[in-house]
Design a protein around this ligand. Sequence first.
Ligand code: ADP
Ligand code: MG
Length: 714
Amino acid sequence: MTRPIRASNPHANGPRQAALSRHAPELRPITSLRGVGEALASRLAKLGIETIQDLLFLLPLRYEDRTQVVPIGTLSGGERVVIEGEVLLAEVAFRGRRQLLVRISDGTGSLTLRFFHFTNAQQQSFTRGTRLRCYGEVRRGPSGLEIVHPEYRRISAQEAGVTESSLTPLYPLTEGLQQGRLRQLTSLALRELATYGVTDWIPASVLKKLALPTLREALEYVHRPPPDADVAALASVRHPAQRRLAFEELLAHQLSLRLLRKEIQADPGWAFGPDTDGVVERFLASLPFRPTRAQLRAWREIEADLQKPSPMLRLVQGDVGSGKTLVAAIAALRAASAGFQVALMAPTELLAEQHARNFATWLGPLDVPMVLLTGKRTGTARARALEELASGHAKIAIGTHALFQEGVQFHRLGLAIVDEQHRFGVHQRLLLREKGLAAGRFPHQLIMTATPIPRTLAMTAYADLDVSIIDELPPGRTPVKTVALPETRRDEVVMRIREACRQRRQAYWVCPLIEESEQLNAQAAEDTAAALSQALHELQVGLIHGRMKPREKEAVMERFKAGEIDVLVATTVIEVGVDVPNASVMVIENAERMGLAQLHQLRGRVGRGTAESTCVLLYRAPLTEIARARLAVMRETNDGFEIARRDLELRGPGELLGTKQTGLMQLRVADLLRDADLLPRVQAAAELMLAEHPDHVQPLIRRWIGRDERFGKV
Ligand code: ADP
Ligand code: MG
């Protein structure tokens, strides 16, 4: 079984961990810190903080400068500052709400501290003459300058003017723990660090070449930067101390993914054996076209994996329209003829339906029983499909995530194919794998994505996968011409469609996505369809959206494919995968709101035949800077890899990789884009560590990766 590792107290983990922690002082439990008792420890444990190391690697999000006391007389409001003063007066007032007002003065001016939440004890403590140091945002209130709920403490006369000796770190807010408390705790941990040091798991040879501060220096610096610290470098996370930590964090993630991959490869899988019948040859010969060299190369790489008795874990990256489906079909056929079942999972119903049609056309003559399983397929149809899968009669199951819901039983799943994987997370991939576990063996996995990403990034983000690249489009394609027009020029666009349809071509008109409401989306699409069929009364205008029944959608797609519909008005349901080669015009409304990957996907619906195709990006002015940049990229290039690279520059890798969904790479200091220059060295270091210091790998991973994100076998 694969499930998250439970990270428990390392001391409870038996003699090995105990031995490790003797050498790694930072692995001692936080209860060994003075003043941290059982009660606090159990609260911290809930936040995943159990050892001194956990505190040391709880890194500040940003910093404030509290190294200077500012005279009250120089304030004008709007600044975050440290002030000192003596209490003149403290009173409870009722101005709409009960509140405590404390007037303080430092000789240069006076200011009010305003508290809406306060205790009696607090109120009593503000006796006249008490000296306070406060920190907070100054603003203009009803009676002059004030700070609402300042951080404050009482100070003695001797302490006056003696401020923080370092910039003040602000930690990620951890439930129920105030910043002051976190600073106190990290101070304790830093004191331990000063006495006992911290284990550096990275080989010395790697560190030498990096020429960055030591781990201890880096930790001391980021937790308590000196007053003269380069604040700009710190704020942009480019300070050498932060880079040192970023390197270590990236390395930990890289190692974690590589281990996951190793574990998966160590599992027993199905070796398919050679294709003695030559079924693949026969299939390829039956096609109306020849596979491209890139498709064949990808297939050969897959074929080699399928021969091995360990589960394949391969990603096929290929631009839109590069023909990934065919590669999937070859693999599926091969699995079926070797006596195994295949699951093909698509991100949308529409795409699942299209795959089912394609597979039926291609593999139909070879007599491979198939079922379609989507969320909307219910009742007897579903029951029959489930039965055919469980009995092993059906060889190929095509569907959405409904494929790995409860109740779905495979007889002998040998291959799981996931299309457009950026929509699925690592969790779902693992789930599908579990589903296929039969007779103690795991299925092969093939993942196809149309979101190509630059190579170093792929090697980092998908370090748990092998990668095949389809870098060639089928012959005879003409690049799509792209124009961006303000929506005020809609009429011209309608003319253009009329012209194209007169030449027996077809068009898509994609309506914008309205918020998250499927109903509003459907409504917008219906309105557009009505308007277009009026403007283009001689043409057939069709409509497709997410709220239609699968059978209705299927029927519309059939008619569009058959040329009975000239203009297909659609919501973004057609974003991925839909394939109608005769369509040569793509109009995208509100293009300024869409991301580059989505625009590229949508545009990829045209330019699939030999006719010259056009993509019209309709936008609503005024454009934001980033929207303008995106439209420019779309006009300049058709190359998915180039677009991905530009996308990365424009918005950073987090969104590109969909990490929010995958739970992969939740980084604390590092950033895949900002620290991209570190990646080659991270990869080299990971290899070196796995080969020469395997016992350092787990401790490094544990240091950086939270228990919920970590995968592995127990
Ligand atoms: P994608 O990689 O975006 O999933 P598809 O698999 O949908 O692309 O393929 C796009 C179109 O190209 C389909 O109509 C498919 O039948 C066709 N196709 C695939 N391979 C070839 C080829 N080698 N020669 C010609 N057409 C091909
Ligand atoms: Mg596809």
